[in-house]
Design a protein around this ligand. Structure first.
Ligand code: DC
Length: 235
């Protein structure tokens, strides 16, 4: 009989909670709060695509130049620090939160070689005691061995209203009909692309937030994590 599994300490991999879903579904807010609750690190992978698009614009690279974009992504000088993003030593601020930035990110995100070039950087966020990562392909591609995979969504109308409110609160100009149109176009592009399309993977559990408050969605993710977490992981 082999007793080695009893004698060696249980080495569990660093847990990851992958939260994927369409834009403006609230996954970023929920993911950040879940991370805070558990004391985990947080990866906003959409911000990586957004800041890459911004870096490309600064460097004068066209958003369909796959070779140049992949090269740029491979040597991206980006730092995430306490909710702030730094690009080449400068604070990025709200420049990556605009609808234009989201659209530019969505365009470059359809390029396979660019996605490949960003993989290692995204995986470098997996550090003890754990990670909550949000995006489109966190569960399917970046962290296929995630402890818990959530597909968090809401109807396009509800998402447009949430995004509208968010922009108004930040004092930014916003037009609800335009936002809805943008969201529908972005959903279509993100879902139709050939690499890592936006879709619920088979082992992800669905969380529809149309009728949920943020707090209720956070509690539901925590509940599912507690039910899924491997033995030996304490959080
Ligand atoms: O989550 P977000 O809206 O900040 O993401 C911006 C764009 O980046 C989104 O339209 C699609 C792309 N994206 C992606 O393709 N894969 C990810 N893991 C995250 C974002």
């Amino acid at each position: 009989m082999n007793h080695s599994s009893l004698l060696t300490p249980h080495s569990s991999p660093i847990p990851v909670i992958a939260i994927d879903g369409p834009s403006a579904s609230g996954k970023g807010t929920v993911a950040a709060l879940v991370a805070r609750e558990l004391g985990f690190h947080y990866l906003d992978s959409g911000a990586i695509y957004r800041v890459t698009a911004l870096a490309a614009q600064h460097a004068g690279i066209a958003l369909d130049d796959e070779t140049a974009l992949a090269e740029l992504a491979g040597k991206l000088n980006v730092r995430f620090d306490n909710g702030e993003i730094w690009l080449n030593g400068e604070k990025v601020g709200e420049a990556v939160r605009t609808e234009e930035s989201g659209n530019a990110a969505s365009k470059i995100a359809s390029l396979p070689r660019l996605r490949e070039a960003l993989l290692a950087f995204q995986r470098s966020f997996r550090k003890a005691p754990g990670l909550v990562a949000d995006g489109r392909d966190m569960g399917s591609v970046v962290f296929p061995d995630a402890t818990l995979k959530i597909f968090l969504t809401a109807s396009a109308g509800v998402r447009a209203e949430r995004r509208y409110k968010q922009l108004m609160e930040k004092g930014m100009r916003a037009n609800l009909a335009r936002i809805l149109q943008d969201i529908q176009q972005r959903d279509a592009r993100d879902s139709a692309r050939s690499v890592a399309p936006l879709q619920k993977c088979a082992d992800a559990s669905l969380l529809d937030t149309d009728a949920l408050t943020i707090a209720a969605a956070v509690n539901e993710v925590l509940r599912r994590y507690q039910a899924n977490r491997p033995p030996g992981v304490w959080n």
